[in-house]
Design a protein around this ligand. Structure first.
Ligand SMILES: *Cc1c(COP(=O)(O)O)cnc(C)c1O
Length: 360
């Protein structure tokens, strides 16, 4: 068996320890004689799995009691619709558009009410986070929406926007559990887990209880109402059971690692290795404003598309997978989520140095 260094933006690298544990439990989960995949989601064994997953996530993030944790399906993209359908009571919401994912969410919301683009960084291909300290927040806005870490472009809000008292809603898919957060600053935060937590198929929504109501847009399907899932503790219908089980293992792994402040330190150190090299390199350069750099997704280019392609090809041959940039921006992108070991980033930088020598 040989494992590569996987820099995929998602689905992405998972902790090897977690995968090994899951492999050991594959055929017989703790004496039940069956795999978690084959188990009723109403069974006692599964009840323990989902309850422990929630408890561990609550502990990791310090989620207050007046917030619900929901394990849902439909990916992060389904939330683009579910959020306006459930929260647009006055049919007005403000969107800060800092990349493709925020743009898609904004476009989707416009189907259900008045979506206002109150700030954008599209003028410079989303290479920065706009100043959000004094935006024209709409008086009747039901919420202000951000994508906190822009997976494709590699920028991150280092400071949350001033929402002037309005509810903040955030897509945290690609920075979920990468650092401590103050959940009380958000009305709702959510993320697809396939970036930094687990296998595709699960989206986690953390929502303040007062935002969960029956007062949703007319014709909102039962399955798309937060109340449905909150009342049933994520077991209204069959949940993505195996995916939640793996997420639960990752939560335990994070606790064992020391929790989110330790992960933040580790992530900062790891990202610095790559950014420091990009800053001194004569061949490669980062593509976003330094102050807005993401710790999770690091896009870079040589400035020559053919050389970029050569780099991606040779890197793959050397065991560095999925370094090709998003199809909308080109170049390269190294996603260095929680589960990417520091050695992976060090090895990548060594490889880049060698490539630079050979190609400059
Ligand atoms: C990947 C990604 C999405 C889309 O996730 P799906 O689960 O594929 O719908 C949305 N937002 C962000 C920030 C992402 O990184």
């Amino acid at each position: 068996m040989s494992r590569v260094y996987n820099f995929s933006a998602g689905p992405a690298v998972l902790p090897e320890e977690v995968l090994r544990e899951a492999a050991e439990e594959m055929l017989d989960y703790r004496g039940t004689g069956m795999s978690v995949m084959e188990m009723s989601h109403r069974s006692k064994a599964y009840d323990t799995i989902i309850k422990e997953a929630e408890a561990d996530l609550r502990e990791l993030m310090g989620i207050p009691d007046n917030y619900k944790v929901l394990f849902l399906q439909g990916g992060a993209s389904q939330q683009f619709a579910m959020i306006p359908m459930n929260l647009m009571k006055h049919k007005v919401a403000d969107y800060i558009v800092t990349g493709q994912w925020a743009k898609k969410a904004y476009q989707e919301a416009a189907k259900y009410g008045k979506a206002n683009k109150i700030a954008s960084s599209e003028d410079k291909t989303f290479s920065y986070i706009p100043d959000c300290s004094d935006l024209p927040i709409s008086e009747d806005a039901d919420y202000v929406y951000i994508c906190e870490n822009n997976t494709i472009y590699g920028t991150k809000f280092k400071e949350l926007p001033n929402t002037k008292g309005k509810t903040l809603v955030a897509d945290v898919s690609s920075c979920f559990l990468s650092e401590p957060v103050d959940v009380t600053k958000y009305g709702l935060l959510y993320g697809g887990v396939q970036k930094n937590i687990g296998p595709a198929g699960v989206v986690i929504v953390i929502i303040r209880e007062d935002l969960i109501t029956e007062d949703v847009l007319p014709c909102t399907p039962t399955m798309l109402q937060y109340k449905t899932h909150a009342d049933a503790e994520s077991l209204y219908n069959t949940p993505p059971a195996y995916g939640i089980y793996i997420c639960g293992k990752v939560f335990k792994w994070l606790k064992k690692m020391g929790g989110l402040s330790v992960m933040q330190e580790r992530n900062e150190k790891k990202a610095k290795i790559l950014y420091d090299f990009l800053d001194e390199s004569k061949l490669f350069r980062g593509t976003v404003e330094k102050k807005d750099r993401s710790l999770m997704n690091v896009p870079f280019v040589t400035g020559d598309a053919d050389l970029d392609a050569k780099f991606v090809k040779e890197a793959k041959e050397a065991g560095f997978e999925n370094l090709k940039g998003h199809r909308s921006v080109g170049g390269m992108r190294a996603s260095i989520y929680n589960a990417m070991p520091t050695e992976g980033v060090e090895a990548l930088v060594e490889f880049m140095k060698k490539f630079e020598k050979e190609n400059l």
